[in-house]
Design a protein around this ligand. Structure first.
Ligand code: ADP
Ligand code: ADP
Length: 226
């Protein structure tokens, strides 16, 4: 079963704007997949639909065989999302943010702390677990969102522009961490408008422009063409 399968996906927003004009995508399990495109191409809309934040107008979405229409809970459980904007409570302690997220998936508190501790540690945030989120640097906040997205052990991690506004040194260390997560067998999809990021990480790539997929290939083949 593919990690992600999208067929004929369309989105018309309430104001009549057609953001997705019929998208087909297939992402194999274990992939590190880039969805590359300029601002306004439809990347966030696509991610929003997969993660139930945006209603689709037409088309089919399946995540590890779970159909978004018939089994939205199965889709949700299979996905960890790292959104573009910081959307945690800035006045909550770092550890609580990750543990509470586990709570939404019905994971008991003790086990939640074990898992949260593991990812906070891996992401260099264990020492900050009792600090309020607002005291973290921008890069730490981004890592906090990654820990939070992984705490229910999703098979697919989706990151929307993960290193937007992150300086080059931290970007490298985030790339290393994501590579490790992928080596452990987790499928990863990231959106980016930045070819170098996709090139450093991703074996497969789709290019989206103006609501259409205009290229869907391996990174190797794409680079050979450029
Ligand atoms: P939907 O069609 O999914 O119900 P809406 O059209 O109701 O979505 O818009 C959802 C939200 O996005 C609204 O708060 C709206 O103000 C905001 N929004 C509207 N236009 C844009 C835009 N061009 N880019 C980003 N957000 C927008
Ligand atoms: P990307 O993530 O590739 O930058 P988006 O998916 O955010 O692109 O947006 C695709 C297009 O849809 C843009 O033109 C954007 O202005 C428009 N758009 C996004 N959200 C809304 C909304 N809620 N209502 C109307 N238009 C929207």
């Amino acid at each position: 079963t593919p990690a992600l399968e999208i067929r004929g996906l369309r989105k018309t927003y309430n104001n009549g704007f057609v953001a997705l004009k019929g998208i087909d995508l297939e992402v194999s399990p274990g992939s590190f997949f880039a969805l590359l495109g300029p601002n306004g191409a439809g990347k966030s809309t696509t991610i929003g639909i997969i993660t139930s934040l945006v209603n689709k107008t037409a088309g089919e979405v399946r995540v590890f065989g779970h159909d978004l229409d018939r089994d939205p809970q199965g889709v949700k459980r299979s996905i960890g999302l790292v959104p573009q904007e910081f959307n945690f409570n800035q006045f909550e302690p770092v550890g609580e943010i990750v543990v509470n997220q586990a709570g939404y998936y019905g994971i008991p508190r003790r086990e939640a702390w074990d898992r949260a501790g593991h990812y906070l540690n891996e992401l260099g945030l264990w020492d900050k677990r009792e600090n309020m989120a607002r005291t973290l640097s921008g890069g730490m906040k981004r890592r906090l969102m990654i820990a939070r997205a992984l705490v229910h052990e999703p098979r697919l991690l989706i990151l929307d522009e993960p290193t937007a506004g992150v300086d080059i040194e931290l970007r490298r260390s985030m790339w290393d961490f994501l590579q490790k997560i992928n080596d452990d067998g987790r499928s990863i999809i990231l959106t980016t408008h930045y070819l170098e990021e996709a090139e450093s990480l991703c074996r497969n790539i789709a290019i989206i422009d103006d609501g259409r997929i205009i290229e869907n290939t391996t990174m190797k083949q794409l680079l050979a063409k450029l």
